[in-house]
Design a protein around this ligand. Structure first.
Ligand SMILES: [Zn+2]
Length: 91
């Protein structure tokens, strides 16, 4: 599905409707030195390593794509809840 590059919606900082730039949310890069990664490394040590089940067989074939909106006037960023799409692109 093609998503428009910009949309007009309410900005909580400007307290009015403004133009927002649209982009797709992308998870940040995992850093080995971060707290969660360090703790996971400790938890996985020794016998009985994995502390939560790893999912292997996914039932769903699509992912929810979150939209990141950025106000063109004050650069306030907000997220829009994603809908299930095979492929989303900002056009
Ligand atoms: Zn704004």
């Amino acid at each position: 599905m093609k998503i428009p590059r910009s949309m007009r919606t309410y900005c909580p900082r400007c307290k009015t409707h403004t133009e927002f730039a649209v982009s797709l949310y992308k998870a940040g890069k995992r850093m080995a030195a971060k707290k969660g990664e360090r703790h996971q490394k400790v938890r996985k040590r020794g016998y009985g390593g994995q502390k939560f089940p790893e999912q292997h067989n996914q039932a769903k074939v699509t992912r929810k794509q979150t939209l990141t909106l950025e106000c063109k006037e004050c650069n306030y960023k907000l997220m829009r809840k994603g809908i299930r799409l095979k492929k989303a692109e900002v056009a």
